[in-house]
Design a protein around this ligand. Sequence first.
Ligand code: NAI
Length: 213
Amino acid sequence: MAEREISQAVISRLPRYFRYLGELRDREVERISSQELSRLMHVTASQIRQDFNHFGGFGQQGYGYNVEYLYQEISKILGLDKTHHLIIIGAGNLGQALANYMNFQRRGFIFTGIFDINPALFDRQIRGIRVRPMEEMTDFIRQNNVDIAVLTIPKSEAVAVARKLTDVGIKAIWNFAHVDLDVPEEVQVENVHLSDSLMRLSYLIGRYESRQE
Ligand code: NAI
């Protein structure tokens, strides 16, 4: 499928379409119109059509979209038809929580290694994965075809570790450290800040309350 440059806004909506379609598929729904999908997802039907048109429209014919086809196509666009191997750097609270959340595996994200600098954590098993010293990271990435590194270390450490990851040829960094990483264009970075989401929630509370006054 020839893809034009797609805006970040459209891409950020794809996982949500994918989730809803997955639920429809589980319920064995075969077809869905953009109006029905719109009601379900609380977005306008024209937004859905516009978003899908970036990818050729997914062949809406007669009565709506074929759910299975749409699900598979969005899965391919999101790269979920492939397996990704991840390592976690930083086996603290967040790193361990992510390692324990095995639902990612269902989507083809396989955690293969966890690394830390704290010797007290070495050899501890988290969901059957051994915490290894950072000195082993480079060889491990090379030998295990690791494409994504998850950074759950203090921000003061993140830039230097990102540089090491870049040097060894990592494809992507899922960055939880609160610092912007300066990496070459071939390395993809997704920053995750739970506090941003909480601040948006706080804003919504304030907006709702000011409308009631
Ligand atoms: P933690 O202190 O429990 O764990 C951090 C771990 O990183 C420790 O085990 C430490 O030994 C290890 N570490 C330190 N330097 C390292 C290095 N150079 N290489 C490898 N491992 C190293 O901290 P926690 O609560 O798990 O948070 C981790 C990071 O995630 C922090 O930067 C925190 O601010 C951030 N965070 C981000 C969130 C977000 O939404 N983006 C939410 C919660 C935490």
